[in-house]
Design a protein around this ligand. Sequence first.
Ligand code: F0G
Length: 459
Amino acid sequence: MRPIYYPEPFRIKSVEPLKLLTREERRQRLQEANYNMFSLAARDVYIDLLTDSGTGAMSAAQWSGVMVGDESYAGAESYYHLQEAAGEIFRMPYLQLVHQGRAAEKVLLPILLSGKKYAIANMHFDTTRAHVELAGARAIDCVVPEALDTSTYCDFKGNMDCERLNSLIKELGAENVGVVIMTITNNSAGGQPVSVENIKKTAEIAHKYHIPFMIDAARCAENAYFIKRREKAYGSCSIPEILHACFEDADCFTMSAKKDAIVNMGGLIGCRDKALFEAVKQRTISLEGFVTYGGMSGRDIEALAVGLKEGIDENFLRYRIGQMEYLAARLDEAGIPYQSPVGGHAVFVDAKKLLPHIPYYQFPAQALAVELYLEAGIRACDIGSFLLGNDPDTGKQLEADFEFTRLAIPRRVYTQSHLDVIADALINIKERAASIKGYKIVEEPPILRHFTAKLRPVE
Ligand code: F0G
């Protein structure tokens, strides 16, 4: 019996034209871009899977929100709409707007990490790691070991390894750990979900040592949908009820609203403690803007208030996760390896397994991303050794745990036919996998090199 994938719970009112260049043109564009996906012009891309962040399609209701957005400097009506929508979802007493996820990190993390040496997370997203380090602390990942094995099924591969967390805190000294972070879903492990049970257990451990517990909520709605499907105790709960269960033990959260709230720009901070919120407000005013706009225009705040609600709609989430499952099922049929079970916002193709002849220092996941563009004008990105970079002490290339080529699917943007193009392209690439070459870096900046480094194929 073939599974039924839930079709789009919307129809299309406005479209953007796409153009597929010829193979020869694509070959040329790759060369001109020095084989770096970030250097390609978006107009030359047919299906853009670089990220699901800020790339979603807004609804008619969101666009009408844009028209009525209140641009007042202080106390704008849109601010109150957002407070109401976010207050209902997160049930945190204090909420602060900021312009995106990393702005939330920039405001909150230095407060939590002042005088501290460590942050521990299931896995830190790159910008979270960067802000931990900018605050003078070290970021330690503590994901369950199941996450590292891409071919074995596990319901909650994004979970914190609680036993290890407990011993890490004892070993490092509880007084040195400024925050325990739970990223839901766990982006870096492949958009993998975290269970309510694990969130609560993690919060309990953090609180036992009087360490604040923070949620990185970028994809909390997708995470809640996985919980509904996989965690027995919550199978009959609504998405809002599951979200309440996820957030009720958290002391604070940061959120990039560019993902599950389906807006092109926006972020949030939530706090339970008044004193912490006062510190957040002060930093927001100097870094982002006055508290009622936090670096956002009123129209974007209004669209966010609407998008937060649309992003937790169960029909939408069923379709959204269904898109990943459809693509994953096509890859299963063709024997193409990926982080399995498929995550919430992307398919993470296991380039280490698909291109086993390319060593980590020749960047197999980047090589696959290049081939996808060449094959069908698809833009994906490397989440592997190319992204990881060099050891800051020795300057030597580090070897990543994973070599993923991430196919991040923007929300409400591409149809099932586009997903078929992606699957067909991968199938063609698999057939000629043995002939695909690795890459070497010919020019790179010292930090965050993957955005601007120049590469050449290895001869
Ligand atoms: N946390 C997580 C889990 C993220 O995935 C991101 C961004 C951020 C924080 C930072 O948010 O971009 O609004 O500043 N992830 C994007 C991605 C960029 O492509 O995965 P931001």
